[in-house]
Design a protein around this ligand. Structure first.
Ligand SMILES: Cc1cc2nc3c(=O)[nH]c(=O)nc-3n(C[C@H](O)[C@H](O)[C@H](O)COP(=O)(O)OP(=O)(O)OC[C@H]3O[C@@H](n4cnc5c(N)ncnc54)[C@H](O)[C@@H]3O)c2cc1C
Length: 311
């Protein structure tokens, strides 16, 4: 099927105004890196998501899910096929002591909604810049809390395009990982089981965490947060700091001088610069401390000039 046929078919399935051709993904990633998506589609409801999945299956077109792009690096050649964004799924509501948040809403907004409703349990997430869907995928966490602690279930579309409700225990939520990719689930909505708390106490915790985050993280530059997972028995940031890597860079990307675990896009970096800095850090820490730093961030897409799919 050629591109024109594909566009014509996609336009039958979802609002044509919600299909973007050759969309620069640097507009949709926190690092401000990434080439073009062939098709960037932003469905408005679950039926449209199902249709897109079935279409991708039928035509064998690869598809990739993007949340807020705060934990991914998209290579300079972009992503072939369909990139699906659930940015229109923004509703957050309360049912009893549960907060039910659609996957495109920011987890920060879910935590602010819980505060407004005096419900406690989501405070840890008040500064994590991802979507609810991305937070489940990564089992995002901070300051001693993580999604696993309060997630009850998720509504998902599976790889065949069917809708399922999955209990949190069946998502295998572990340190910055889950089985969502393996199962091919697209998270549509998350149900968080919270407890009634005191508004002032919830607010005090969130204010304290925000202060800690703003004083320690280089939020003035584009980045994807902590690049590496915590290696058992160590802290990635400390190993990088002790390797004298802060301020070292390649092209426009460098290891942050404020927080060694972050790599920042300081001056119009390319994804190639950014990935080269990651590799430099991994090699140096391995050489100095014999510790392997495993990436937390995901690298998607292909290098510039490459036409086959890699991810
Ligand atoms: C400044 C900064 C601070 C950060 N601090 C923290 C922190 O304290 N703790 C922490 O854990 N992380 C932190 N992060 C990383 C990041 O915010 C989290 O990992 C977040 O959960 C990623 O969500 P996202 O929507 O941006 O996902 P993306 O980066 O867009 O995607 C990440 C993965 O999730 C998948 N995905 C996204 N949406 C869905 C969906 N609806 N269904 C299925 N899969 C989906 C994508 O395919 C991709 O594989 C930080 C990042 C930055 C830039």
């Amino acid at each position: 099927m050629d591109n024109n046929q594909m566009i014509a078919e996609l336009q039958q399935l979802i609002n044509p105004e919600h299909i973007f051709i050759d969309e620069y993904l640097k507009k949709h990633t926190y690092t401000k890196l990434g080439g073009k998506a062939d098709f960037f589609v932003t469905p408005s409801n679950i039926e449209e998501v199902q249709e897109v999945i079935r279409f991708a299956n039928k035509t064998n077109i690869p598809f990739t899910l993007l949340g807020n792009g705060s934990n991914v690096i998209v290579r300079d050649g972009g992503i072939r096929g369909i990139v699906l964004s659930l940015k229109r799924f923004l509703n957050v509501r309360r049912e009893g002591n549960k907060v039910i948040a659609e996957s495109g809403a920011r987890i920060i907004d879910a935590s602010r909604f819980a505060l407004q409703e005096s419900l406690t349990g989501l405070e840890f997430s008040c500064g994590i810049p991802g979507t609810v869907g991305g937070a489940l995928y990564m089992n995002a966490g901070a300051y001693g809390g993580e999604v696993k602690d309060c997630l009850e279930s998720a509504l998902v579309v599976d790889s065949k395009g069917d809708i399922l409700r999955v209990a949190a225990e069946d998502l295998n939520l572990e340190y910055r990982t889950s089985n969502i990719a393996k199962k091919g689930y697209i998270v549509i909505e998350a149900t968080f089981a919270l407890q009634i708390g005191k508004h002032e106490e919830i607010k005090a915790i969130m204010d304290d965490l925000t202060y800690k985050r703003e004083s320690k993280q280089p939020l003035e530059y584009p980045s994807c947060g902590s690049v590496f997972k915590r290696p058992p028995g160590y802290f990635a940031g400390k190993l990088i700091q002790d390797s004298d890597l802060q301020g070292k860079g390649i092209g426009g990307a460098e290891v942050s001088t404020k927080h060694a675990g972050f790599i920042v896009n300081k001056n119009q970096a390319t994804a190639t610069d950014y990935i080269s800095v990651i590799e430099m850090v991994q090699k140096t820490v391995k050489y100095k401390f014999n510790v392997n730093l495993e990436r937390e961030v995901r690298i998607l897409g292909e290098d510039e000039g490459v036409t086959d799919k890699k991810s």
